[in-house]
Design a protein around this ligand. Structure first.
Ligand code: NDP
Length: 573
């Protein structure tokens, strides 16, 4: 009999009740939900500096562009790179990336904070490893390696030729007569494109908590995705005589804090809700293993990851006898066991029992993004590191000296906002106007409407990546690669059949909306979770605005079935 089976259900119920109490505490503090944050930083007299690009070496001055390409990507991160590679494979020559940053890379362009790495296994996470003949140097790649890989893809597929950097697309308008999209930018450009792919990322806009008095802070401050190495020094050596504070303890802060702890004179960590921190089982890639990899090895890994190991006959019989409630209960109990192991690990590592207790997350596994790090918890044993636990309340005020909590103003030289990113719900940030003159945001006013999260009726030749109504997967690259392959196949179909446009039918769109709805609301998980960006900060959300919850393999099968029924799902002209 396993240890789990020996614990009475009352043990689990008690922990669940504590999870609920912690969630309610946070909801009571922040009933405004997502409105507690802002990501409208551009143009704001106080906040614009938090979105400015600190990595750009030279601001390029140029004349507005007025030209035409076949495929245009809005955004130059993974979505654009892996789809562009597939488009090259099917013979598309004219491909342009338009990107706000000064290079490709997306997330990995912007996030250069010390310690930045990806805790999804690199052999699965980095795109196009087969095509690039590249094997990552570590089991979990560091940020610089991923950014360099992005640049290598752009070079290999000649994506720099037509790329336009330091430029933000502001409008995308369908010209029905020319059967083209016409894009406007913040540089006064008029770019025409046959196909447009919204590849602007799911978590790409830095977000700040609306904290009273932020503008009065007299010290230096920045957001983690705009790290000011001028101020900190490349190796944080300029922080040796500085008192540093960081607001937020999500996945970004967890990676940055150990480096700050080592280098700052004093470090104050302002915590609202702790992250769950598990072991990061990292290693350098074994060259002998890498040398033995056969062509197509990454594609095989991806395929394998999609196929769950077969259940034994006993397991199948056992499961068949369980009621849905019992299945859910077992799953929850297993999740609670996981979280209690996370608690035990904290007690084993963190020496001060009060700090250890404050670092314990009280919510169900996966209510927030789980983290993996070996140096984060030990950082709190250093004498220069101070945890300011706000127990769900958060920082609500900043004064000239620094954050204020319970009447104490913490005097800092540097304040770092690790407050995360706005969630990209619709896959669009700019003004997109389709065939009937309706803006896409207005079309979505009563709920997102797409086919597979990618196509939307009345917006021909427009493809959306990483938005809602697509499947969720812990390895986002898997989703993006499937979407990229699908989009390239659609464009190849249009070209090879002598068409110019592809538009999903209303019926296909309605089918997918209903498919999304059918898989939502099967559990109370979202409502029961502590607030965070996974559950819209505790806001209830409309039934079709969210991910497709039928599972990633089913999502991939649906894509294939759409491609098998092209003439039924789309109109072509
Ligand atoms: P998150 O949104 O995950 O974290 C924001 C943090 O700010 C939370 O701890 C939040 O607390 C805190 N916060 C917000 N407002 C306040 C306030 N007023 N006072 C105190 N604290 C506050 O952003 P991250 O940048 O950490 O991560 C975003 C995502 O990026 C991750 O979830 C992950 O998907 C991805 N990422 C992935 C990595 C990887 O290894 N693959 C590494 C880094 C990031 P609360 O929890 O209470 O809301």
């Amino acid at each position: 009999m396993s240890e789990r089976e020996r614990k009475p259900q009352a043990y689990y119920d008690e922990i669940k009740a504590k999870f609920a109490a912690e969630r309610d505490l946070r909801l009571a503090y922040r009933p405004e939900g997502t409105a507690q944050f802002t990501s409208d930083l551009d143009g704001d007299p106080v906040l614009a500096k938090y979105a400015a690009d600190p990595y750009v070496e030279e601001i390029i001055e140029r004349e507005p562009i007025d030209d035409e390409v076949e495929v245009l990507f809005i955004g130059g991160g993974f979505s654009a790179l892996l789809t562009a590679a597939r488009l090259r494979e099917v013979g598309v020559e004219s491909i342009r990336i338009v990107e706000r940053g000064a290079d490709v890379g997306g997330t990995w362009y912007w996030n250069r904070y010390p310690g930045v790495a990806c805790d999804v296994i690199a052999y699965d996470y980095l795109p196009l490893l087969d095509e690039m003949g590249y094997v990552p140097t570590r089991h979990y790649a560091e940020g610089w390696e991923i950014l360099e890989h992005c640049r290598a893809i752009a070079r290999r597929y000649d994506l720099y030729d037509l790329a336009v950097f330091q430029t933000t697309v502001t409008s995308t308008i369908w010209d029905a007569e020319a059967r083209q999209w016409v894009l406007g930018t913040d540089r006064g450009d008029t770019m025409r494109a046959r196909f447009v792919i919204c590849a602007n990322g799911t978590l790409s806009k830095p977000k700040l908590a609306k904290i009273a008095g932020m503008e009065t802070f007299a010290g230096h401050s920045f957001h983690t995705s705009r790290w000011d190495y001028e101020y900190t020094g490349e190796k944080l050596e300029k922080l040796h005589d500085k008192v540093v504070g960081i607001i937020g303890t999500g996945a970004t802060a967890v990676q940055a804090i150990p480096n700050l702890a080592e280098n700052a004179k004093e470090l104050y960590v302002f915590q609202r809700t702790p992250s769950s921190i598990d072991i990061k089982n990292d290693w350098e890639t074994d060259p002998e293993w890498a040398a033995k990899l056969q062509p197509g090895w990454q594609a095989k890994r991806r395929q394998k990851a999609m196929t769950a190991p077969p259940l034994s006959v006993t397991q199948i019989e056992e499961r068949a006898q369980l009621s849905p409630e019992e299945k859910l209960r077992r799953q929850e109990n297993a999740n609670i066991d996981y979280m209690m192991r996370i608690h035990k690990r904290i007690d084993e590592i963190v020496e001060d029992p009060v700090t250890a207790d404050a670092l314990k997350p009280w919510y169900m596994f996966m209510c927030k993004r789980p983290c993996f790090h070996n140096e984060y918890l030990p950082s709190f044993n250093r004498p220069n590191v101070h945890l300011v636990d706000t127990h769900g309340k958060g920082i609500t005020e900043v004064g000239p000296k620094g954050p204020i909590f319970e009447g104490v103003e913490y005097e800092l030289d540097l304040l770092i906002y690790a407050t995360g990113f706005e969630v990209q719900k619709t896959g669009i940030w700019n003004r997109i106007v389709g065939e009937t003159g309706v803006e896409l945001n207005d079309k979505y006013a009563d709920g997102v409407r797409t086919v597979l999260g990618i196509h939307t009726h009345g917006y021909p030749n427009l493809f959306i990546m990483g938005g809602y109504q697509a499947s969720f997967n812990f390895n986002l690259t898997d989703v993006l690669q499937q979407q990229g392959d699908h989009i390239a196949a659609c464009i190849a179909y249009v070209r090879s059949h002598g068409f110019e446009t592809i538009d999903p039918t209303y019926d296909a769109e309605e089918w997918w909306v209903q498919e999304v709805i059918a898989h939502r609301g099967k559990t109370n998980r979202n409502a029961e979770c502590t607030p965070g960006y996974y559950n819209f900060e505790g806001e209830s959300n409309r039934r079709q605005d969210g991910n497709y919850n039928g599972g990633f393999p089913a999502y991939v099968q649906h894509m294939a079935s759409v491609r098998d029924r092209m003439e039924e799902c789309f109109t072509f002209s």
